[in-house]
Design a protein. Structure first.
Length: 214
């Protein structure tokens, strides 16, 4: 079973996906971990993240797996090593490479042959899993998303700057030549602006459980 969720930053995709995965006893697949793992491999091997050809080579050589619910790279549990400032800085650059994206998507499909998963991102329903049994698009007003981010760390930057960055990121995400943010025709649209986390989870769970596919 594959549940795919797309949507812009700050709409609650990750939190909902984690909760639904726990409730259904399936694996929460964070597509970003694959690109972060490629970035980790690139950095470990002294490759310049700006060298597209060598980054593609590292992606092709990488071995991804899930063992006991933990994300592994080349046989090593790297779940807790994928969120460093250096990886944050370089993963976005590497992930826009179309050839790297093609390699990662192929590896993701290989993993889903043995796992039931819920995946979230920007192109899960349109590119990675166009045939997913369940597809959702989460959305929320930019002002609401900015307030959520601001409340998480009010000392980091002014609300106005958070809002401006979210609007800019939305523009970039929607206009990417590969893997851009789009609403697939068969996705269930959920506006999370004024819903609690539990309310969004219930909407997803109700849709999944009411289907004869489960």
């Amino acid at each position: 079973m594959i549940i795919a969720i797309d949507g812009p930053a700050g709409v609650g995709k990750s939190s909902v996906a984690k909760n639904v995965a726990k409730e259904l006893g399936i694996y929460y697949l964070n597509s970003g971990n694959f690109y972060r793992a490629v970035t980790l491999r690139v950095l470990r091997n002294g490759v310049d993240p700006a060298d597209n050809a060598k980054c593609e080579e590292q992606a092709a050589l990488a071995d991804f797996d899930v063992v006991n619910g933990r994300f592994c790279l080349d046989g090593e549990d790297v779940e807790d090593k994928l969120h460093t400032p250096e990886i944050d800085l370089n993963a976005s650059r590497i992930s826009v490479n179309p050839n790297v994206r093609a390699i990662v998507n192929k590896r993701i499909h290989e993993l889903t042959e043995k796992l039931s998963i819920i995946a979230e991102g920007r192109d899960m329903t349109t590119v990675v899993f166009p045939d997913a049994e369940f597809k959702f698009f989460f959305d929320a007003k930019p002002e609401v998303r900015a307030k959520r981010r601001f409340d998480q760390n009010p000392e980091a930057m002014p609300y106005e700057q958070v809002l401006a960055e979210i609007i800019e990121r939305d523009h970039i995400d929607r206009n990417k030549p590969v893997g851009g943010l789009k609403i697939s025709a068969d996705s269930a649209y959920i506006d999370t602006s004024y819903l609690t986390l539990n309310e969004v989870c219930e909407k997803v769970l109700k849709a999944v459980r009411s289907s004869s596919k489960v």
